[in-house]
Design a protein around this ligand. Structure first.
Ligand code: ADP
Ligand code: MG
Ligand code: MG
Length: 204
């Protein structure tokens, strides 16, 4: 990804495709410890994002991220819609109005996304939420954007897997107590999927 607005928009469209491909998997994960809607919530939300980008692509990467945020916030209900929306909104703020992303800006965007999710949802690492995938991803480093996102995606995969043995302390899964043990958190899985898709787009 050259990392101008068009390539960021293309990466978002590719990520929407990945969300669609994994819809049923995410539904099954949420069926085990939630209300079975996470995969459909995200599929629908990213479907609206793709439609919005097809109508008009903003002319900066930050503009694209802001559009993703506003669509997710307005169209996706539940816990994850506002949380992902806040993540993209903070990421947009972190990259500002530049024409091209740099590794430093992508790193800042990941850190800001994490900050937004934590500010909004008040979850810490170990609470069995998307934070368990996003926090390690935000600490990833890389010499270029592709390497940085590959490291972030790998860290998010490990983080998502780390949720399996945990009891949940935030969100619906927290009502289950020990019955949540043995299941991966759906939001952590979707963070890992999105980052893997962004990494693949960046690798070209
Ligand atoms: P809902 O639980 O409202 O049906 P979703 O199923 O779309 O919403 O999303 C559930 C996911 O949201 C969880 O798997 C978890 O990762 C994430 N989540 C829920 N509450 C929080 C929170 N307070 N902080 C961070 N993430 C959270
Ligand atoms: Mg749910
Ligand atoms: Mg729900």
């Amino acid at each position: 990804m050259g990392c101008d607005a068009r390539s960021v928009a293309a990466a978002v469209v590719a990520a929407a495709g990945v969300v669609g491909e994994h819809r049923d998997e995410l539904v099954r994960l949420d069926q085990a410890i939630g209300d079975a809607d996470h995969g459909e919530n995200l599929r629908r939300g990213f479907g609206f994002v793709v439609s919005a980008l097809a109508e008009s692509t903003p002319d900066t990467p930050g503009g694209v991220l802001k559009l993703v945020a506003s669509v997710l916030i307005s169209k996706v209900g539940g816990a994850a819609g506002p949380l992902f929306g806040t993540a993209f909104l903070r990421a947009a703020g972190a990259v500002g109005a530049v024409e091209e992303l740099t590794p430093e800006l992508v790193s800042a965007a990941l850190g800001a996304a994490l900050g937004g999710v934590v500010a909004r949802g008040k979850a810490a690492v170990g609470d069995k939420t998307m934070v368990d995938a996003l926090a390690p991803a935000a600490s990833a480093r890389g010499a270029d954007i592709a390497a940085l996102l590959a490291a972030a995606a790998a860290a998010a995969d490990v983080g998502a897997s780390s949720t399996v043995p945990l009891v949940a302390r935030k969100g619906r899964a927290s009502y289950l107590g020990e019955r949540a043990i043995g299941h991966m958190d759906p939001g952590a899985r979707s963070v890992a999927l999105l980052l893997r898709s962004f990494a693949n787009s960046a690798a070209g």
